[in-house]
Design a protein around this ligand. Structure first.
Ligand code: C2E
Ligand code: MG
Ligand code: MG
Length: 520
């Protein structure tokens, strides 16, 4: 049956034709035409013939009018269908890269692709790859948003050139999702490597050759038993795990990743509450002037014991605070507490405070620090901030501006964990530091290793020739201490002198240390 007659309009047209034919037959059977002829003849003088003619013409006009309306209606419907299709496309595609978006993926239903007549087999398994660019934000800052857009377009073209363009989605920001069909486990790995190679090749934008990395996670769709979105979620978890291992890693999903994410999510929730309730407190580890044996400062180290009494290491919660943007609130709160505690010490004792690398991206950092100092009444000269080498490489220009502002206000700056980051010497040449803190890993091992000892000796020499005071971290034994004094180390820190302690114990510690100094 033609398509038209299957539509509602077609069915109505058929009914009207059928009704017309029935009436015609009935009229013919009942002699209606003879009756009409007699009626026209009898009433001709009253204009019956003209009336019949008018009715005929009226009917014909109505028919023409209906046809015209139908034509109009059809073109209106076509317009609406086109607008609908456009709206549909807009809702399901990304305007920049023209790739389908997350919504299109949510609507996607994979159909069976039978390879034989009975249609029982799949054409192949489906693997979902989740790709997130590494370092995109930095590139965006460097070449501007238009440049960033051009980069995303190029990356999407490169990804499409590997896979099937129909199956590449942009999930917003710098995240892409790819459906690949029929890959074996080995081919999945190869595919992930190919993706990384494609994305990491330099891209020329406005005369700049820019490079980004890619973190990739993937997993297979469990065909009938689940929605594609569940697979995409697992691929996403694998991608996050890959990202945590540094740029350009790929990983297949493993069940343990789910547990890790759940633990992390609950820790993040607890951290938010802890920061709100000010449950994280600074402890203080003494810094000893090795020439006099007296306390010359305390380093504030964050301590958090959760409601179940479990102590969570700062390395763990500081990393979460950095990732979630909670670091600024945590930092300001801890610094304020530490300033108040420092006011209970003698004026000669400085407060050392760690600043995390993420904070160096905050152009207002110097202003924030100075505001907390003035709100709590601690002179800037009594504060020393500790930054690691990695904090300086992200955005050297902004780091230099922050350090200059702090120096100008009188705050001292120490280079923490010296020797563990990269480009240590470059940092020393570029910035002005008041102190370098040699990392505890050197102090723990240098006496067993001749080469290591030479390096540590050279570090102290470097400090002397640049006229920068040196601190040795992690001093645990007397033998280490006497060696470090011989090497000309200025300040010592470590369990040998004292572990990080609560504020209430610091004043007693200073008095005891003074007593030891006097007795010695
Ligand atoms: P860091 O700034 O290098 O601090 C020194 C770390 O070495 C501290 O670990 C301290 O407890 C430990 N330590 C000191 N003496 C010894 C010793 O003799 N032997 C050994 N084995 N370890 C010693 P902690 O408190 O676990 O802190 C670890 C890191 O977490 C710190 O390294 C710092 O980078 C970061 N951190 C701690 N508190 C804060 C904070 O309030 N803000 C920021 N941004 N980072 C913090
Ligand atoms: Mg430190
Ligand atoms: Mg350190």
């Amino acid at each position: 049956m033609p398509v038209f007659f299957r539509s509602r309009a077609g069915r109505q047209c058929l009914s009207v034709i059928a009704l017309g034919v029935t009436l015609w037959i009935a009229g013919a059977t009942l002699g209606f035409s003879d009756w009409l002829a007699a009626f026209v003849t009898d009433f001709a003088r009253y204009g019956a013939d003209k009336l019949i003619l008018a009715l005929g013409i009226g009917g014909a006009m109505s028919f023409v009018y209906s046809v015209l309306r139908i034509v109009d209606l059809r073109s209106e419907m076509e317009l609406r269908a086109r607008a609908q299709a456009k709206a549909d496309w807009t809702a399901t595609h990304d305007h920049l890269t023209k790739l389908p978006n997350r919504y299109a993926f949510e609507r996607k239903v994979l159909r069976r692709k039978p390879t034989d007549d009975d249609g029982e087999e799949w054409a192949g398994n489906v693997t979902v790859f989740c790709v997130d660019l590494d370092g995109f934000k930095k590139v965006n800052d460097l070449i501007g948003h238009n440049g960033g857009d051009a980069l995303l377009v190029e990356v999407s073209k490169r990804i499409c050139a590997i896979g099937n363009a129909d199956c590449v989605y942009r999930f917003g920001g710098d995240e892409f999702l790819i459906l690949a069909i029929g890959l074996s486990s080995a081919a999945e790995e190869r595919f992930a490597r190919l993706l990384i190679q494609a994305v990491t090749r330099p891209i020329l934008i406005n005369g700049f050759a820019v490079e980004v990395g890619a973190s990739i996670g993937y997993d297979r769709w469990a065909e009938d038993s689940e929605q594609l979105e569940a697979t995409a979620h697992r691929a996403d978890l694998a991608m996050y795990e890959a990202k945590s291992r540094g740029p350009n890693h790929y990983l297949a999903f493993e069940e343990t990743m789910r547990d890790k994410v759940a633990t992390r999510a609950s820790l993040e929730a607890k951290l938010r509450v802890a920061i709100q309730k000010k449950a994280i407190r600074p402890f203080y580890q003494p810094l000893i002037d090795l020439r006099t044996g007296g306390v010359c400062g305390f380093e504030a180290l964050a301590r958090w014991t959760d409601e179940e009494g479990v102590s969570i290491p700062p390395i763990v919660f500081i990393a979460i605070a950095e990732e979630t943007g909670l670091i600024t609130a945590l930092f300001e709160d801890l610094l304020a507490q530490a300033c108040r505690d420092a006011l209970t010490w003698q004026d000669s004792i400085t407060l050392s405070f760690n600043v995390s690398p993420v904070q160096m991206e905050d152009k207002l950092l110097a202003a924030r620090i100075l505001k907390v100092l003035s709100a709590n009444g601690l002179p800037p000269q009594r504060l020393e901030i500790e930054i690691t080498e990695n904090a300086l490489i992200q955005d050297p220009a902004s780091a230099a501006a922050i350090l200059d502002d702090l120096h100008e206000a009188g705050v001292q700056v120490a280079l923490d964990d010296f020797g563990t980051g990269y480009s240590s010497l470059e940092q020393l040449a570029r910035y002005r530091f008041d102190k370098i803190k040699i990392d505890k890993s050197f102090i723990a091992t240098y006496r067993d290793d001749e080469r290591q000892e030479k390096i540590v000796r050279a570090m102290f020499g470097l400090g002397r020739s640049l006229n920068i005071a040196t601190t040795a971290e992690g001093i645990e034994e007397h033998r280490q201490l006497s060696n470090l004094i011989q090497l000309g180390c200025d300040i010592g820190q470590g369990y040998l002198f004292g572990k990080p302690m609560p504020a209430e114990e610091t004043c007693a510690f200073v008095s005891n240390q003074t007593a030891i100094k006097v007795a010695g």
